[in-house]
Ligand binder design. Structure first.
Ligand SMILES: [Zn+2]
Length: 173
């Protein structure tokens, strides 16, 4: 079955009251910032959203987004496929005061002038945050695969792409 297209924005208050669940796609052509950060985006983006009212009566939403992208390996300079998997929870806010009171588990997101939040922007921001600062093939897949690298110490960056790069820091301010 063909998935529906993710609405660009929703009213999170109504969505939370209805416990709205979305299982939808974003056409890859719409995510120009992600496209600029990669060589190519391999497919449309799969997303899942669920809206709810939490125990403190805050309207929140959880989401997941995933897509494979092509990046340039910084070791051998050849393209590589990188799987982006983002998972997030947001709480829409109207002002700084509300933002300051949010529990740490929630990311703030501002309502737009229509009282809605932009889901496409959330997905794009979150996917960009999953990109490694330095893309590299797994050692066994890399063209530059000499004895030293294979038997050298495992580089931390390689094990875990950094979820908290500079962009993440900016976003949290
Ligand atoms: Zn490589």
């Amino acid at each position: 079955m063909q998935k529906v297209k993710l609405p660009i924005s929703v009213d999170p208050v109504r969505a939370a009251q209805k416990h709205l669940e979305l299982d939808a796609r974003i056409p890859k052509a719409l995510l120009s910032r992600l496209a600029e950060s990669t060589i190519s985006i391999q497919s449309d983006i799969d997303t899942v959203f669920s809206f709810e009212v939490d125990q403190q009566k805050l309207r929140i939403f959880h989401g997941k987004a995933s897509v494979a992208v092509e990046l340039l390996c910084q070791r051998c300079n050849e393209p590589m496929i990188y799987q982006c998997d983002a998972e997030f929870t947001y709480c829409p806010v109207h002002n700084q005061e509300q933002e300051n009171k949010l529990p740490d588990a929630y990311e703030p997101i501002y309502y737009d002038e229509n009282g809605e939040v932009n889901l496409h922007q959330v997905v794009e921001d979150e996917l960009i945050l999953t990109l490694p600062q330095i893309a590299k093939h797994a050692i066994e897949d890399c063209k530059i695969n000499d004895f030293e690298l294979t038997f050298g110490e495992i580089d931390e960056e390689e094990q875990r792409p950094n979820p908290f790069d500079a962009l993440a820091q900016l976003k949290r301010k």
